[in-house]
Design a protein around this ligand. Sequence first.
Ligand SMILES: Nc1ncnc2c1ncn2[C@@H]1O[C@H](COP(=O)(O)OP(=O)(O)O)[C@@H](O)[C@H]1O
Ligand SMILES: [Mg+2]
Length: 302
Amino acid sequence: MPAVSFQEVAKTYSGARGQVRALDGVSFDIEPGEFFGLLGPNGAGKTTLISILAGLARASAGRVTVMGHDVVADYAAARRALGIVPQELVFDPFFNVREALRIQSGYFGVRHNDDWIDELLAGLGLADKANANMRQLSGGMKRRVLVAQALVHKPPVIVLDEPTAGVDVELRQTLWQFIARFNKQGHTVLLTTHYLEEAEALCGRIAMLKQGRMVALDRTANLLADAKGSVLRFKTDDTLPPDLAARARVTGRIAQVATKDAAGVEAVLTRLREAGVRIEDLEIGRADLEDVFLAIMQGAAR
Ligand SMILES: Nc1ncnc2c1ncn2[C@@H]1O[C@H](COP(=O)(O)OP(=O)(O)O)[C@@H](O)[C@H]1O
Ligand SMILES: [Mg+2]
């Protein structure tokens, strides 16, 4: 039995400006114990898929199960099997951290949970904030409380929707150590993130969504192996010719261009010389997950 199963899931939102097809027949399974990554640009449908999983939104078509429980027909059991860290910082301002965690335990019918709550607080660096009011906490601290809330009932499946967006490096490390430990103990993890180096490091398997459709699903190692080419990285103050600019990844002065093979590398260098682009600090490296992601997104139909 898969930990999570999405079967032909579709979702259409109707609003003032007509209909938005947020998901268009998405199917995949996540096996127990997997660390699974769901990637895609903004608006691809990741949060919609997670909302349907969590029972916060209704699919227009298709079926979703968590540990065998249908998220609609068997909502309570499905929800109990899930720990969800939402993309938005939502919290009740009237409670302190320990109270918020006790209330969440009560919601799932877990009593006498203070030992586990203490462990969560310690593991997430929140021990000295147990009695602090939620509204006194910084954004990063609130994020930690949301993670603790998601784990308070030790759910078999943990879902994190961009948990590290706008989060400092220290919290990212604490969080990943913590989640990785859960995963080693057998908990299934579903993660969405814009930090592709995180996905590359953590996820055994990855699905990519674009405009509500799946455009890739494979083991991370296979996705990287398929990207056999090399990537040219260099610095420049000049403008790249349009044909290169269209396929380059540019961050400030640094440009990266993916190529298939040695002949491709030569072609790019020739093109730069022809266009009179002066380059510094040239390196040739292997493609990483971000290169793979960009290639798949550019290559995907539509
Ligand atoms: N509540 C909503 N009402 C109308 N459209 C929505 C709603 N939520 C999301 N959408 C639309 O659905 C698409 C997918 O959004 P979302 O699932 O948030 O994507 P992602 O999380 O991948 O950025 C987008 O076009 C978005 O504008
Ligand atoms: Mg989202």
